[in-house]
Ligand binder design. Structure first.
Ligand SMILES: *[C@@H]1O[C@H](CO)[C@@H](O)[C@H](O)[C@H]1NC(C)=O
Ligand SMILES: *[C@@H]1O[C@H](CO)[C@@H](O)[C@H](O)[C@H]1NC(C)=O
Ligand SMILES: *[C@@H]1O[C@H](CO)[C@@H](O)[C@H](O)[C@H]1NC(C)=O
Ligand SMILES: *[C@@H]1O[C@H](CO)[C@@H](O)[C@H](O)[C@H]1NC(C)=O
Length: 346
C-alpha cells in the first residue's frame, strides 16, 4: 500500500498475512507522522484463515468494540538524521521510511488503522515526521539516507541494511507540536433516515427497525468501522450480535470497530427509538476487504425500515424483503441537528 499526499488522514490496511504476520508499513513521505492500531486475535495462524472461520483450524475470536482513537503521546517525530540536531534544518529531500510490524506468533493481525501526517517544512522548519505504534513494538524504522530506491515499497524488500530513523522529538517536545487527529469517518455523505421523511420536525414516540445488508460476492470482507448516531437512542447489531447502544446524550456519535465481518454477506441492523420530538438515524460504515480495497456505506434510501421491531429482526436470516425502504429525512446538516454532532477522532 502506497500513500502519497500531505494531508493528515486515516486509512485502513488489510495486509496479506504470512504465518507469523508481518505488516510492512511503507511511507514514502517527505516527513511523516503515523499512528497504527493493529487489532489482533488469538489464532492458529495460517494465511487466508485469520478473518473467516471457513477454513478448519483458524478461528477469528476478535469481537466488536467501541473504536479506540489513536493517541499520540508515545509517537515520535522521525527523519533520517542527516542533520544530527533533532528538529534542526534538513536538506530538501525525499526519503523512504519503512517499518515491519511483527505480531506475536500466537496471533493473527486482522486489520489496522494508520494515521499519517506529513508536510514540507515551512520557513525555517525542517522536513519532519512522526511515527507511532500502539502495540509497543520496537520503535525502529529503517531508512536509507537517499531517495526511494526502486521497489522500496514492496514488503519483500530487504531493508535490513538501512539505518534507523532519527528521532526528532516527541509531540510535547518538538518544533512541530501535536497534530490534530482527523475524524474517524465523515458523516457528510450520510443521510438522516427514519420511517417518515419529515421525522426531523417530529415523529411518533416509538422504536423503529432498520436493516442494511452488504453483499459482495467478488471480494472478501474483513473488518468494518461504524460511526452511528440516533435521535434519541439505538442498539446496533452486526450479523445478529449486539455491538453497542448509544443515546442522544451530548450529541456525540459513537464509532465501533467490527473486526469479524463474514466474507461475503454482512447484515447491519439498528433498533432506533424516538423518545420525544424529532427522530433520525445516521451512520457511515467503512468496510475493508481482503484485497485492501474499501467501501463506504451510508444511511440512505437503500436501507430497509419497519414500523415495528420484530423479535429476531437483527438476524442475518431475517427476511426483510417485504419491508419498505427507509425514508430519507435529509442530508447531514439539516435542522434540528445541524453539523454539530461530536465525532470521535481516528
Ligand atoms: C479507500 O480506498 C480509496 C481508493 O483506493 C483510498 O483512496 C482511501 O484512502 C481508502 N480509505 C480508507 C479509509 O482506507
Ligand atoms: C497516552 O495517552 C493514553 C490515552 O489518553 C493514556 O492511556 C496513556 O497512559 C498515555 N501514555 C503516556 C505514556 O502518557
Ligand atoms: C522487513 O521485512 C523484509 C521482508 O521480509 C525483510 O527483508 C527485512 O529484513 C525486514 N527488516 C527488518 C529490519 O527486519
Ligand atoms: C427495541 O428497543 C426498545 C427500546 O429500547 C426496546 O424496548 C425493545 O425491546 C427493542 N426491541 C427489540 C426487538 O430488540
Amino acid at each position: 500500500m502506497v500513500l502519497t499526499g500531505e494531508e493528515f488522514r486515516p486509512f485502513s490496511l488489510r495486509p496479506q498475512l504470512p504465518d507469523c504476520p508481518r505488516i510492512a508499513v511503507i511511507l514514502p513521505f517527505v516527513g511523516l507522522f503515523a499512528a497504527v492500531i493493529v487489532v489482533a486475535t488469538p489464532s492458529i495462524c495460517t494465511r487466508e484463515q485469520s478473518f473467516a472461520d471457513s477454513t478448519p483450524g483458524c478461528k477469528n475470536t476478535a469481537t466488536p468494540h467501541v473504536f479506540e482513537p489513536a493517541f499520540l503521546n508515545v509517537s515520535k517525530w522521525i527523519w533520517t538524521g542527516e542533520n544530527p540536531t533533532p528538529g534542526g534544518n534538513n536538506i530538501i529531500s525525499t526519503r523512504p521510511l519503512r517499518k515491519n510490524i511483527t505480531t506475536p506468533c500466537d496471533k493473527c493481525a486482522v486489520c489496522a488503522t494508520i494515521v499519517v501526517a506529513s508536510r514540507h517544512g515551512h520557513n525555517s522548519n525542517p522536513l519532519h515526521g512522526w511515527y507511532k505504534c500502539n502495540l509497543h513494538y520496537r520503535p525502529v524504522v529503517e531508512n536509507p539516507r537517499s531517495p526511494p530506491p526502486t521497489n522500496f515499497q514492496l514488503a519483500s524488500t530487504d531493508d535490513s541494511s538501512w539505518a534507523f530513523a532519527a528521532i526528532q522529538g516527541t509531540f510535547q517536545n518538538s518544533v512541530w507540536g501535536q497534530p490534530t487527529l482527523p475524524p474517524v469517518l465523515p458523516l457528510s455523505g450520510s443521510k438522516w433516515i427514519w420511517t417518515s421523511n419529515t421525522a426531523n420536525t417530529g415523529a411518533a414516540v416509538a422504536s423503529r427497525a432498520f436493516r442494511k445488508t452488504i453483499n459482495q460476492c467478488a471480494k472478501v470482507a474483513v473488518c468494518a468501522t461504524v460511526l452511528i448516531f440516533a435521535d434519541d437512542h439505538y442498539t446496533l447489531y452486526v450479523n445478529g450480535a449486539s455491538v453497542g447502544s448509544g443515546s442522544f446524550a451530548g450529541g456525540a456519535a459513537i464509532a465501533y470497530t467490527i473486526p469479524n465481518l463474514l466474507p461475503t454477506l454482512n447484515t447491519f441492523a439498528v433498533n432506533a427509538t424516538n423518545d420525544v420530538g424529532s427522530a433520525g438515524l445516521i451512520a457511515t460504515i467503512l468496510v475493508t476487504y481482503q484485497d485492501g480495497s474499501n467501501e463506504t456505506v451510508v444511511t440512505d434510501g437503500s436501507w430497509k425500515a419497519s414500523l415495528t421491531v420484530p423479535q429476531g429482526f437483527e438476524s442475518p436470516t431475517f427476511d426483510d424483503s417485504d419491508w419498505p425502504n427507509a425514508n430519507v429525512v435529509g442530508a447531514y446538516g439539516i435542522a434540528p441537528w445541524g453539523t454539530g454532532l461530536a465525532i470521535p477522532s481516528a
